[in-house]
Design a protein around this ligand. Structure first.
Ligand SMILES: [Zn+2]
Length: 408
């Protein structure tokens, strides 16, 4: 009869401190079940090692963070130096915000863009908007799949002009849907045909529809989160052209409601009892560039009936998809017409302050209109190096006579 090997407490010597320690039966079983060797250190030394490991890991993490901060800091310093070099060379007067004065409010126009809201702690960047869209929503899928851009959220308006029609408007995809909806069957109905086409071009109406709804909902949630009011000169009866959808120029700086033109709509305003539309879109003409990429392959069907159906389907799809352009293009000239009286009243303006506006080309038509009406002295703010570069090319394109720049 063989002896059954029984677990018994083992006495061992700690590798670190040299003291005797007992490995209990329970510990032996536990280590064995986990497939580990028996411990070589006493309980205290094991704890000590664990703690040392934790501290070492924390140190590594801290070091990584420091490195990243340093990198960011260096990048920032580099940008600051570049701004300094550039501004030194410029034959343009520069002023600090606190020295700015608005001596004749009634002759002043203040133009604000999203940078104004950001300066007051409003989380109003497109990146903030992006955070409000679920990770797995069909909307996100449509945006990230069909808009042909690598920087979707850094310039959302421009990105909207990059719908890649060729992904869904091609004969293979259309053929698939026609087949799916049984349109090739002799007893198919017209409704099947239209259902197939609509399904194929779903991104063209899903993107604008969802974007509008979600954007409006998000804009409603924006709040000021900073106590700073850097533009202390803003008081009195100045006119405002606001590119923002929020009313913070009124609530923070007392601009009078009837002096403010919300060129792209405002969340608080109503139009015939309905909330005013919030306008968001890309510059005209981008769609043409996208359509040029659509190559409808010469069709493979020999069967004249199938070929006929395919041709009508492509034609219908292309016609209906054009709605996307209608919905996503910012039609500045129509918008200017709508606000005609505001622009017409600008003839008395002698000073123009531009605060937190990106001066993107999509908005040039508004500025051209202002230049037509006025012969003013411009004060234009910038924040980053890119802003400053855009500012300079803007001033050049608009042929501004007299400008002063300030950093915000
Ligand atoms: Zn020990």
């Amino acid at each position: 009869m063989g002896k059954v090997k029984k677990f018994e407490p083992i006495s061992a010597i700690c590798k670190d401190c040299g003291r005797d320690f007992i490995i209990t039966v329970e510990e032996q079983k536990r280590f064995k079940s986990l497939g580990f060797e028996l411990p070589k250190r006493c309980c205290e030394c094991r704890k000590k090692r664990k703690e040392e490991k934790r501290i070492a890991e924390a140190k590594i993490k801290e070091k990584q963070e420091t490195l990243e901060n340093e990198k960011r800091q260096k990048k920032w310093e580099k940008e600051e130096k570049a701004i300094e070099r550039l501004t030194k060379k410029l034959p343009i007067p520069q002023i600090s915000i606190k020295d700015m004065a608005l001596e004749n409010p009634s002759e002043s126009l203040v133009i604000i863009g999203n940078g104004f809201d950001l300066m007051h702690g409003v989380e109003s960047s497109y990146w903030d908007f992006q955070k409000t869209i679920g990770k797995n929503t069909s909307f996100r899928f449509y945006m990230e799949t069909y808009l042909d851009t690598s920087d979707l959220w850094s310039n959302l308006e421009e990105s909207l002009g990059k719908l890649n029609y060729s992904i869904f408007l091609n004969s293979d995809i259309i053929d698939m849907w026609l087949d799916n909806f049984g349109v090739y069957n002799p007893d198919a109905q017209a409704a099947d045909f239209f259902a197939a086409v609509e399904t194929a071009i779903a991104p063209t109406f899903e993107i604008p529809r969802e974007l509008k709804q979600r954007f409006k909902k998000w804009i409603k949630t924006l709040v000021v989160q900073s106590d700073g009011r850097p533009f202390s000169m803003l008081h009195g009866d100045y006119k405002v052209l606001s590119f923002n959808y929020t009313e913070f120029i009124e609530t923070l700086y007392g601009a009078k409601s009837n002096n403010v033109c919300y060129i792209h709509g405002c969340r608080k305003n109503r139009n015939n009892g309905r909330p005013s539309e919030l306008i968001l879109g890309h510059r005209p003409g981008m769609e043409e560039e996208q359509w040029d990429k659509v190559r409808l392959k010469p069709f493979k069907f020999k069967d004249p009936y199938k070929r006929y159906i395919m041709e009508s389907a492509l034609e219908t799809a292309a016609r209906e998809a054009a709605w996307y352009e209608e919905e996503t293009t910012k039609k500045c000239s129509d918008i200017i017409k709508k606000h005609r009286s505001f622009f017409d009243e600008l003839t008395t303006i002698k000073y123009i302050f531009v605060i937190g506006h990106s001066l993107s080309e999509v908005d040039y038509p508004y500025f051209e209109e202002i230049c037509k009406k006025t012969n003013a002295k411009w004060y234009i703010g910038y924040h980053s190096l890119d802003d400053l570069k855009r500012l300079l090319s803007f001033a050049d394109k608009m042929n501004l006579r007299e400008i002063t720049i300030f950093r915000s």
